[in-house]
Design a protein. Structure first.
Length: 187
C-alpha cells in the first residue's frame, strides 16, 4: 500500500464525490490486503500488550473497545487482561439506525460512552494527523462527534499507518494509534 493523497484537480481539492471515491478505493485496497494478513500469535500478543500498556499509562476507570471483524486487528486478548485487572470494559452493538449501543462486559446493563475515559476504535487506516479511515458506515464518526471522550485511539496493523488519507468534513480525528509494533500519540 502506498501513500494516498488528497484527490486534487488543478491544485485544488476536488468535490466530495472525488474524495468519497478516493476513500472507497483506499478501503477496497486495504480490505483486499487484509485478506492476506495472517497475524502471528506473537503479533496478536504484542498488540494486546500495547493496548494494556496504554491503559496502564492512562489509568482509565472505564475503557470502550470494539469486537473485531475477522480481518481486523484483534483486541480480545487485551480485553481479557483488562477484565482480569478489574477494568470496566464496554463493547458496542450496532443498531439499525446507524448508531452504537454500549454494553458493559459481565453486566446486563446498557451504558453510555460519555462516562468512558478511553476509547479504542477500529480503522482501516490512520494518518499521522489523526485522520481515521473507517469502513464507511459512519458509526464511530457519529459516536465521536456526539461524545466527550477525550482519549481515542485507533487500532490498525502497522502497514495501515499512512502519511495521509482522504478526509471529509464529518470525519473525526483520533488522539493516537495502537499497532502490534507501537503506541503513537498523534494529537
Amino acid at each position: 500500500m502506498g501513500q494516498c493523497k488528497r484527490v486534487a484537480h488543478g491544485g485544488k481539492i476536488s468535490g466530495m464525490n472525488d474524495i468519497r471515491l478516493a476513500k472507497a478505493q483506499l478501503r477496497a485496497e486495504i480490505l483486499l490486503a487484509r485478506k492476506t494478513i495472517l497475524a502471528s500469535d506473537n503479533e496478536k500478543q504484542q498488540l494486546a500488550q500495547n493496548i494494556v500498556a496504554l491503559v496502564n499509562r492512562l489509568s482509565p476507570t472505564r475503557v470502550a473497545i470494539y469486537i473485531p471483524y475477522p480481518t481486523e486487528p484483534d483486541p480480545q486478548s487485551a480485553i481479557t487482561q483488562l477484565l482480569a485487572n478489574d477494568v470496566v470494559v464496554l463493547v458496542p452493538e450496532t443498531l439499525p439506525e446507524g448508531l452504537l449501543s454500549w454494553h458493559e462486559i459481565g453486566s446486563e446493563k446498557q451504558t453510555v460512552l460519555e462516562q468512558t475515559d478511553l476509547l479504542f476504535v477500529p480503522a482501516l487506516a490512520i494518518d499521522m494527523q489523526g485522520n481515521r479511515l473507517g469502513r464507511g458506515k459512519g458509526y464511530f464518526d457519529r459516536e465521536l462527534a456526539n461524545s466527550a471522550v477525550i482519549q481515542v485511539y485507533a487500532v490498525v496493523f502497522e502497514s495501515e499507518l499512512l502519511s495521509s488519507i482522504p478526509v471529509e468534513t464529518h470525519d473525526q480525528k483520533v488522539t493516537g494509534v495502537v499497532t502490534q509494533e507501537a503506541i503513537r500519540d498523534l494529537n
